[in-house]
Design a binder for this molecule. Structure first.
Ligand SMILES: [Zn+2]
Length: 316
């Protein structure tokens, strides 16, 4: 499994029961392009297999999560806003060539949603909302599979119009998008905290958490506004999807009390009782591990699918 993020990729190897055998991280930015990163990831995965006496030729399934819209059928990112050189690059084909195994490439938020759905108390249907530098949703259906939509664009909620501040220009070129007014980045920018590098971003998150802990009025006001904007869009999704569980994840949701209560208030105010009567709203249980656990769940599911069992029998 490889969960690619902007600055680092988390790796894991699991057996068919879903038990993690080994984990590691490759610290490399996606800015250097797909070849360099995928080569480093493949090399590290092979040495992890080797270190644990597993033959790379016996790998059943490789799952890669990308922080971008993904064409699930072709196994590639589609017009990613933050990943130069990745648009249309055949990530699935590359990894298939490296490991000779079946490969699934998916959006990172879809995998995070799947990971959260493996947790106790997280009944499906489950809606996962990631609030980071962008805002995205992952939808796990009642039978435990990801709802990706016809083009893999399901859950791409960051560019739905937010109810307030329609004048703010988004990186997509439209104005008033949810992620332009309520993402982690938007909140930091409005408070004058402008990180340039990944380390700065971690520092910026801590700075924001400190302001909130100190009850800084403008920080609290700005976060509550963001939570309310997110909550209004989420309320609409609750009506459309009627999930049993709503999970909030990503760095902004680490300010759990403020964000959770704001979203909860907006959802209960906007959505009708039938859709919220049994709804559970909770913070992420897995945090930064959600993507990798979702990848393991997806690989297990694929390995035991009709096609997966067919491949297993053909090789036996
Ligand atoms: Zn936008």
């Amino acid at each position: 499994m490889a969960d690619v993020d902007v600055a680092a990729t988390q790796l894991a190897i699991a057996d068919l029961s879903g038990t993690v055998i080994a984990r590691d991280t490759v610290d490399m930015s996606v800015d250097g392009g797909p070849e360099k990163l995928l080569e480093a990831v493949s090399e590290r995965l092979r040495s992890m297999l080797d270190e644990h006496d597993h033959d790379p030729a016996r790998v059943r399934h490789v799952v890669a999560g990308l922080p971008a819209p993904v064409d699930f059928q072709r196994g590639c990112a589609v017009r990613p806003p933050i990943m130069p050189g990745w648009d249309g690059y055949p990530v699935g084909d590359y990894l298939r060539g490296q490991f000779g195994a079946a490969v699934t490439v998916d959006n990172d938020v879809n995998l995070m949603a799947l990971g959260e759905a493996t947790q106790d108390m997280a009944d499906t249907p489950l809606l996962f909302i990631k609030v980071a530098s962008g805002i995205g949703a992952g939808i796990v259906t009642a039978d435990g599979s990801v709802h990706r939509g016809a083009d893999g664009a399901a859950g791409d909620i960051g560019h739905i119009r937010a109810p307030t501040r329609r004048d703010v220009v988004c990186r997509c070129g439209k104005t008033g998008c949810l992620e332009a007014v309520a993402s982690h980045r938007a909140v930091l920018a409005d408070l004058g905290i402008t990180p340039s590098s990944y380390d700065d971003r971690l520092h910026a998150s801590r700075e924001l958490a400190r302001l909130v802990a100190d009850s800084d009025t403008s920080a609290l006001h700005r976060i509550r506004q963001a939570a309310s904007d997110i909550g209004e869009v989420v309320a609409m999704l609750i009506h459309t999807l009627n999930p049993r569980t709503l999970v909030l994840g990503g760095p902004l949701s680490e300010l759990q009390d403020e964000i959770l209560s704001g979203v909860r208030a907006a959802v209960y105010e906007q959505a009708l009782p039938l859709a919220t009567r049994k709804l559970i709203i909770m913070p992420s249980q897995l945090g930064a591990d959600a993507g990798i656990f979702g990848a393991i769940a997806l690989a297990g599911r694929e390995a035991f699918s009709q096609a997966g069992v067919g491949r297993l029998l053909a090789e036996a």
